[in-house]
Design a protein around this ligand. Structure first.
Ligand code: ZN
Length: 304
């Protein structure tokens, strides 16, 4: 097809990994590391791009060939270039988030908090927010037929409430979005993130038959996929253990945060990052209390 010839030509100008005949991972700027992310490109009767965080210059190269943009979830490093596309699909739970910066901050749990100013200082170093509006919302686990290929938006909440991975069962390709298999491990620093859901979502992905997995921040991988998902999940349990080790002495969340389990001191120069870490630690403490391993005494926590 003429259109696709043009598209393949455009792709030569980008950093891509071909996953199958008509499926590419476009590696974002800075190798897809934050504040950028990778995009999945599906070339079918419709040309579909998942996420718009590869960098504006990169998006300019292909935007005219793309029919539909889908967001895996609302985080800024995945939606930054949304405004360049006409047809935008967003999961129901997060449909209103990108329509204004107020909505974005509210949904991220930042609006009106003590760290809003610090967070803004950090945010504006990297990002300029452009409002974008979905032309269609979709249901978690909806299956899209773009022509010959069928892609399922696999609802994998935890990182964000509406977070979806994308799976094609014939080719057994999984784009795992921000279940990103990086050494940093799972991130659940927003109040709207959910740790038990994140655990379940990683387990859910490991039940799929996957020949090739890639993510928003990692390169395609064909081998040891189940082990990698297992290792990624283990980072959560390792954090549990690190917290339990520290709780040989009763500690507050602030005290736990000072031990830098998630971020190091230089990463926490912006106090928003200390706040993210505290949110994550609190989710661990809640989980450990539910498991009957920790109890609360006033503002402090101790093992049972
Ligand atoms: Zn994210």
């Amino acid at each position: 097809m003429m259109k696709n010839t043009q598209l393949v030509h455009s792709l030569n100008k980008l950093d891509t990994e071909q996953l199958d005949d008509d499926v590419y991972l476009i590696i974002g700027k800075n190798k897809g590391t934050f504040p950028y992310s990778n995009s999945l490109l599906i070339i079918d009767e419709k040309v579909v791009l998942i996420d718009s965080g590869i960098g504006d210059e990169q998006l300019e190269i292909i935007k005219d060939e793309v029919d539909i943009l889908i967001n895996s979830h609302y985080h800024i490093d995945h939606i930054l270039g949304n405004y360049l596309f006409k047809d935008l699909w967003i999961v129901e739970e997060e449909a209103d988030v990108t329509s204004s910066f107020e909505n974005y901050k509210r949904f991220a749990g930042i609006l009106g908090t003590s760290i809003e100013e610090s967070w803004l200082g950090w945010f504006h170093q990297y990002f300029k927010f452009h409002a974008s509006f979905p032309t269609r919302t979709f249901k978690p686990n909806e299956v899209f037929k773009f022509g010959n290929m069928e892609w399922k938006a696999v609802h994998t909440p935890g990182h964000s409430p509406g977070h979806c991975a994308f799976y094609e069962p014939k080719r057994k390709i999984m784009f795992a979005s921000d279940i990103d298999l990086t050494p940093f491990g799972p991130w659940y620093g927003n109040p709207t993130a959910n740790l038990p859901d994140f655990i379940d979502s990683i387990k859910l992905l490991s039940e799929f038959k996957i020949d090739i997995i890639c993510s928003s921040h990692s390169y395609p991988q064909k081998d040891n996929i189940k082990e990698s998902l297992g290792d990624y999940l283990d980072i959560i349990f390792l954090r549990n253990e690190q917290i339990l080790d520290l709780l040989v002495k009763e500690r507050t969340i602030d005290d736990l945060e000072s031990h830098d389990i998630i971020y190091n001191k230089s990463q926490k120069l912006y106090k928003a990052f200390a706040w993210f870490e505290k949110n994550m630690l609190k989710k661990h403490i809640d989980l450990l209390m539910e498991l009957g391993k920790v109890e609360r005494v006033g503002e402090k926590y101790r093992p049972i």
